[in-house]
Design a protein around this ligand. Structure first.
Ligand SMILES: [Fe+2]
Length: 237
């Protein structure tokens, strides 16, 4: 029988609190009983796996999914997916979704009166390569209001979902942008008690990768475990 890999428990305060009353939805959503840890078994390795065939390079360009150009500032987001020892995580499926430049999702429950963009769907996907590297092109997402409290606005962010080799290992988180004045006011961002851990959700501006006359670039590594790991709002692994 194969060894099940050792998984370090994240240090206290570095992951979001399930029950964080300033984030109002977390009150009803959070468990009332202590979590039960299920034993890890080989099913994490022998379940269904993703192939590469269905993920096309074009899926990683959210600016080219329609006939015209979307409105907004073009950006490139890139980085690496790493394990607790800094080794690349190859072949991970990354899915991203976000609001358009005006702060509106293409989704029926989003009734913000900002305009939809007929040339922007706001969803993409890609696989990490042999170096754990990923990259995609999109539009800088706008801030949007939400009903959590009076005058609540989400900082600009992109939602990320990561699947490992199988569909039983899924992580969900959000990436933010540097210098956003809404971050200190955001209950979701602040549901992570540890300041350094919170900052691990903030990408850095990358002038080296910025494309002249074309697109700003932002760099963001995702670390799956260990003391430096990325905060995840959802973990299934
Ligand atoms: Fe969002």
């Amino acid at each position: 029988m194969s060894q099940i890999p050792f998984v370090a428990t994240p240090p206290p305060g570095t992951q979001p609190e399930f029950h964080h009353p300033p984030y109002v939805s977390s009150i009803a959503r959070s468990p009332r009983q202590p979590l039960v840890l299920l034993p890890r078994t080989l099913s994490e390795r022998t379940g269904p796996v993703f192939g590469h065939a269905t993920v096309r390079p074009a899926d990683a360009d959210l600016t080219a999914q329609h006939d015209g150009d979307p409105i907004g500032e073009r950006i490139v987001v890139h980085g690496r997916v790493l394990d607790q020892d800094g080794r690349p995580v190859r072949g991970a499926l990354i899915e991203v979704w976000q609001a358009n430049a005006a702060g509106r999702y293409r989704h029926k429950v989003d009734q913000h009166h900002a305009p939809l963009d007929p040339n922007f769907s706001g969803a993409g996907r890609m696989m990490t390569d042999d170096n754990g590297y990923y990259s995609f092109r999109t539009i800088f997402p706008g801030s949007y209001p939400w009903g959590n409290h009076h005058n609540a606005w989400r900082p600009s962010h992109i939602h990320f979902s990561l699947f490992g080799a199988g569909i039983l290992s899924r992580l969900v988180t959000q990436m933010y942008f540097p210098g956003d004045p809404l971050q200190p006011l955001d209950p979701i961002f602040n549901s992570i008690p540890d300041e350094k851990a919170r900052q691990r959700l903030v990408s850095r501006f990358d002038i080296e990768r910025t494309e002249p006359s074309e697109a700003l670039a932002f760099y963001w590594d995702i670390v799956l475990r260990g003391p430096e790991d990325t905060p995840f709002e959802e973990r299934k692994r």
